[in-house]
Every structure is written in C-alpha cells, then in structure tokens.
Design a binder for this molecule. Sequence first.
Ligand code: HEC
Length: 143
Amino acid sequence: MKAAFALFVLSATAAGAAALAPGVESPQRAQMNWMLHCQGCHRADGTGNEGGTPNMAGDVARFLSVEGGREYLIRVPGIANAGLPNDQLAELLNWTLATFDAEHVPADFVPFSKEEIAAGRTRPYVSEAADVRAALREGFKTN
Ligand code: HEC
C-alpha cells in the first residue's frame, strides 16, 4: 500500500505532472499556492533556508507517526496563519506531505480535511513552535 502510494506519486512526477495524492483535488492549484505562500521560506524543493526554516524533504511526513504530530502540522504558524481558505489549505498540506516526503506517509494516512484544518488553525503556535517541534522529533524512529 505504502509502496504503491510512493510509486503512484513518483510516476506522476516523472511524467512531468505535479504530484497527485489523497486529499489533493488539484495538484496545479496546490503547487501554485506553495509558490505564492510557502516557498519564500521553504524553497521550491522544501529544503528550507539558513534563516531557520527547517528542511522538510524526506522528513516532514514523519510527524504523522508521532502523537501530536498531526496537530503540530496544522498549528505551525506558516500553515495556521496562511492567507488561504480551509479547503485549499488542507489540499496544500496533503500535497506538501506527498510531494516532499511520500516515503514517510503512513499506509493508513487519512488526508487532512477542511474541517480539521478549520479547528486546528484557530490555535496557532505563537512562539512555542520550535520547542513543540523538538519534543515531537524525540519520538521519531531513527530510520
Ligand atoms: C515566514 C517563513 C515561513 C512561511 C511563509 C511558511 N513557513 Fe512553514 N515553517 C517555517 C518554520 C520556521 C517552520 C519550523 C517551525 C517554526 O519554528 O515555526 C515551519 C514548519 C512547517 C511545517 C512543519 C514541518 C517541520 O519540519 O517543522 C510545515 C508542514 C510547513 N511549515 C508548511 C508550510 C506551508 C504549507 C506554508 C505555506 C502555506 C508555510 N509552511 C509557510 C517557516 C515558514
């Protein structure tokens, strides 16, 4: 299931199209939103910048495997405060996970919905994101 998912994403990318993934209605719109709202900090390829934006390539979906990780992904300021409606933000987050770290998306992953985004983004982290992030990463497996 996981391998099939990864293959699906890979072949879509290899074909020159943006990644297709669960919870992504329009990969083109998601990629455009990424360019407009996110890549200034995260870079086009998700590798982040020296100013403190962490790399998410090959890494970001690992948050889905630890308790509290799903909530973290919604409440992180770059997401919670993005100038996007809940449905497009859910799509963008699902696209982000599939595009930059399909390898770590769990087989039983349930895509983010606009309702889950709406509820989570009412409580954005203010200054605690880095500490929450560090604590969650303690729970990551080493592989
Ligand atoms: C102003 C710079 C900035 C912008 C714009 C931004 N982010 Fe971030 N993002 C960060 C930083 C810094 C972190 C690490 C947590 C923290 O300290 O806020 C982060 C963390 C994340 C994470 C959690 C992954 C991790 O490794 O911690 C995700 C997912 C994410 N951002 C997605 C997005 C998306 C999607 C957008 C666009 C809607 C976006 N970000 C816009 C700076 C930014």
